[in-house]
Design a protein around this ligand. Structure first.
Ligand SMILES: [Zn+2]
Length: 211
């Protein structure tokens, strides 16, 4: 994927996720791997309004999270959360990492934080997650405590992946969700599937506590 292709697709996805209520205001960030060695990402700049995105707000960054000159003049600077995107890529081999701030991710990440996470099981929509063939799958959703120290959060994310290989998403308490995929289309599908499942779990819990 070229930088221009990635920038156009990240703008399209950000605009769509804003419309769905998953990236309101300046929340969230989206990235796609451009090259693996050395590692390069296309990623949304810090503090941009997701309802008014433009390709000039997509940056190319290297493996240390700083801007790489690529002939396009970017508007903005990398988000601190770029470090977490890079860590997810290194830990999972993902080619795209998408980070949303939905209401249900925020609420459930707080409610289940004392248990370190929760299982989603027996929902047909689980089959939308890469490699899942049956609704009988049990998907563990790990939760890490929120912090503004992104280097510390990256360490916690690595520990979580070591303990829970094969998870499709990660929640940060009272903050939001990270998910990823083998390409941008898969990662975007994982956002849709996981956001559906989080809302289903949250609404069901409110009707009649399941846990
Ligand atoms: Zn965030």
């Amino acid at each position: 994927m070229t930088f221009v292709e990635a920038a156009d697709e990240l703008v399209r996805l950000g605009t769509e996720f804003h419309r769905r209520g998953w990236m309101l205001g300046t929340s969230g960030n989206l990235s796609a791997v451009l090259a693996e060695d050395p590692l390069r990402l296309a990623i949304t700049a810090s503090s941009i309004d997701k309802g008014r995105m433009h390709p000039s707000q997509i940056l190319e960054v290297g493996g240390n999270g700083t801007i790489v000159e690529n002939g396009h003049k970017p508007l903005g600077w990398p988000s601190a959360e770029t470090l977490l995107h890079l860590e997810v890529v290194r830990c999972t081999g993902a080619q795209a990492v998408l980070h949303t701030h939905s209401v249900w991710a925020t609420v459930l990440s707080d409610f289940y934080h004392p248990r370190g996470g929760f299982f989603i099981k027996d929902y047909e929509m689980l089959k939308g997650l890469e490699g899942v063939r049956t609704h009988e799958h049990r998907e563990w959703i790990p939760i890490v405590e929120n912090t503004q120290d992104m280097a510390a959060l990256a360490v916690k994310a690595r520990e979580t992946f070591d303990k829970n290989p094969g998870v499709h998403g990660l929640l940060v308490r009272r903050h939001g969700m990270y998910t990823w995929g083998k390409d941008l289309a898969t990662a975007a599908r994982h956002v849709e599937i996981l956001e559906f499942l989080l809302e289903a779990v949250g609404r069901r819990e409110m009707m009649e506590p399941q846990s």
